[in-house]
Design a protein around this ligand. Sequence first.
Ligand code: NAD
Ligand code: SIN
Length: 499
Amino acid sequence: MYRASLRRPSVRSQTLTSRGNYLGGELRRPPDFDAELVSLDPHSGEPVGRLQVSLHDVERAVTAASDARRAWRETELATRIAAVQRVAKELEARGEELARRITREVGKPLWEARTEVKAAIAKVGVSVEEGLALVREVTLEDGSSYAPAPHGVLAVLGPFNFPLHLMHGHVVPALLMGNTVVLKPSEVAPFVGELYAEVMHAAGLPAGVFNLVQGGAEVGAALAAHPGVQGVLFTGSYRAGLAIQRATLEQPGKLLALEMGGKNPALVLADAPLDKALHDVAWGAYVTTGQRCSGTALCLVERPLLEAVQAGLTRMLPGIRVGDPFSEVFMGPLATAGARAALETQLAAARSAGVEQVASSEAPSGAAYAPATLHRVEQFDSTQPYLTEELFGPDLTLMPIDDLEHGIEIANALPYGLSASVFTASASRFEWARGHLEYGCINHNAPTPGASSRLPFGGVKQSGNHRPAALWSSLYCSYPVATLRGGTTRPALSPGLDW
Ligand code: NAD
Ligand code: SIN
C-alpha cells in the first residue's frame, strides 16, 4: 500500500523576495506599510516569502486605474484584443514557473497546477472568440441600437483555490470590455499574484490599466468599498461576499459580481452506470483536496444501489495518494494549517453528533495534510451544520434517498445552489431532474466540478447573485447603452400641442 511521506523534495527553492505592489505600470514596495504578509508552504509550514501590505496603496492603485480609464476605454477593441493576446503569450512563456508557484503556495499537485495554467491561457481565446460575441453592438431595422459600455475601474478579488485562473477569469473580460482593473489576489497565494503582475507588465499594457495590491480581507474591504471603484468582481466564500454586499449598500450603483461557495450534491439513481458514477463522485469530492467551490459534498444514492456505492467508495479511498504536491499524488495538503484545523473541528463535531465515518485514505500527519474521508448519514437534517455548511476539504457524505424526487427535495433544501450532478441511464429522468433542481450547473453523468470556460459558471442562493462568470463574464464587465435615432424630420404633433 502507498505510504505518504513528508520528505522535502529538492524542487523547493529559496525564500522569495517581494518586489511590491504593481501601481501605474511598476512594481514597487510600499513606502508606508501597515503590516507584513507571510506566505507559507502548506507542505512544510515554512515561509515562501514575505510582503508588505499598505492600505495607502489601495488609494494609489484606484487613482492609477482612474487616470488610465478614459484612454483605455477609447482604445480600439482590436488593440485591447491584441493586448490580452500578448498576456496569453506571456502566461505561456512563464507557464511552468506559474504552475510551480501555485503548487508551492497552495499545495495543489503540480499536474493539476499545470492544468490551471493551461485553462488560464485558453481563457483569453474563449473570451475573445466567444465572450465578446455575447456583448456586441446590435442595430435594429429602424436604426436604434444598443452597445456595451465599460463600467470604469473594476476591483477583482481572488480566492486561493485557483489562485491564477479565477482572478484572471475576471481580469481578461474586464480589460477586453474597456475597464481598468485593480486586482487583489488571495493572501494565501500572493507570490502567484506578483508573478501575474510581472506577466501583465511583460505584455505591455499601458500604465494604470492593470494594477495589483496585496493583502488580506482588510485590503479587500477597503478596495471593494472605495467610491472610485465602479464594480467588484469577487470569487470567494459566502461569508466574504455577504460582507462586501453589506459594505456597499450605500452604493447601489456599484456592480457586484459575487461568485461564492457551494455544497454540491451528486444524485446516484438506481439505474446509474456504477463505475462511472463511482469515479466521478470520488474525483469530484477529493480533487484539489476537496477545495473546489463545485466539489461534490453529498452523494445521495437511491437505496437499491446504496451498498454497492458504499462498498465501491470504501475500496477506492485507500488508493488516493496524498502527499508532497511536487510528487505523483492526487491530493496535496490543504492550503493552510488553519484550514486543516477547521476541517478537523467540523468533522469531530459531526462524529460526536452521530455521523459515522466509513472510510479514509492515508495522509501525512504534519503541516496542512488531511486524509480523504467518507461519512454516512441515514437522513437529511437541515439543522445539522455538517450537512448544510461548506466544509471546503476532502470529505464526502453518503446518504440514502427513496427516489429522485426525494433527492431533489434534499438538494433544494441546501442553502447553496452551485452545481449538482445526476447519474442515471435515463435521459428523461435527467431532464426531469434538470427542470426541478435549483442550481446554476446541472450535470448528467459528469462530476459536479470541472466547469467549462465555454459555458456560464455560477449559482443561486448562497452561491451567487445571478451574475455567472466564465463565458458570461463579459456581460457583467459592461452595461448596455440603448440609443434611439430620431432623424431630422419633425414628427406630426401629438394631440394637445398647439405650436
Ligand atoms: P475568501 O472569501 O476567504 O477570500 C476570497 C477573497 O476575498 C480574498 O482575496 C480575500 O482576501 C477577500 N476578502 C475576504 N474578506 C473580504 C471582505 N470582507 N471584503 C473584501 N474582500 C474580502 O475565500 P477563499 O478562502 O480564498 O476561497 C474559498 C471560497 O471561495 C470557498 O467558499 C469557495 O467555494 C469559493 N469559491 C467560489 C468560486 C465560484 O466560482 N463560485 C470559485 C472558487 C472558490
Ligand atoms: C472552482 O472554481 O472552485 C471549481 C471550478 C470547477 O472545477 O468546476
